[in-house]
Design a protein around this ligand. Structure first.
Ligand code: QAP
Ligand code: CO
Length: 174
């Protein structure tokens, strides 16, 4: 399965993703293609809508102390629902769909998420640290929300200007 990352300002990223109801081979194929794409593009999280599949599925792989993304640390999260949240933290976020741009974003410090695995089994995840941040970022994608939407008006303006300039440069070097 050949997947491409959808980049801002593509309107596709604004779509609300649909609940997964069938946990079949086509879902497994999508997840199996998303995982290596995330790793190969230096990502720690990727939502299906970022590869143009508007379904409530995402993958995460938070690097360990050595900075390695071990296959056994891969999380496949389907139909997530946040059941608890607390605290506040801030982190310099990026996004594979908004290349080369990073900004401090405020998130909950601790979250509890109910979700399903690739077979439809129900699971609960209690997360803190980078995992908690990443899961909030990825769950926003399911609603068509990007981290740049959380910037102040002034910072968003600055982003739009910088991003447009960068896209022009990228076009010329293609
Ligand atoms: C979301 O983001 C996230 O601009 C996942 O040139 C971000 O994997 C969760 C990436 C921060 C928690 C904290 C971005 C790779 C990867 C880029 C990513 C880039 C190459 C972003
Ligand atoms: Co993202």
């Amino acid at each position: 399965m050949k997947l491409n990352i959808v980049e801002y300002p593509d309107k596709k990223l604004r779509e609300k993703s649909k609940e997964v109801k069938i946990f079949d081979a086509s879902l497994h194929k999508l997840l199996d293609a998303m995982n290596p794409l995330m790793i190969n593009t230096n990502g720690i999280g990727l939502a299906a809508i970022q590869v143009a599949h508007p379904v409530r599925a995402l993958v995460l792989n938070i690097p360990d102390e050595e900075g390695e993304q071990a296959p056994e640390n891969l999380l496949e999260i389907i139909n997530p629902v946040m059941t608890d949240k607390s605290g506040s933290t801030s982190y310099q976020e990026g996004c594979l769909s908004v290349p080369k741009f990073y900004e401090d974003i405020k998130r909950y410090e601790n979250v509890v998420v109910n979700y399903q695995d690739r077979h439809g089994n129900t699971k609960t995840l209690e997360a803190d640290g980078l995992l908690a941040i990443a899961i909030q970022h990825e769950m926003d994608h399911l609603e068509g929300i990007l981290f740049i939407d959380k910037l102040s008006y002034a910072r968003r303006k600055k982003f739009e200007k910088e991003y447009k300039r960068m896209q022009k440069e990228r076009k010329h070097s293609k």
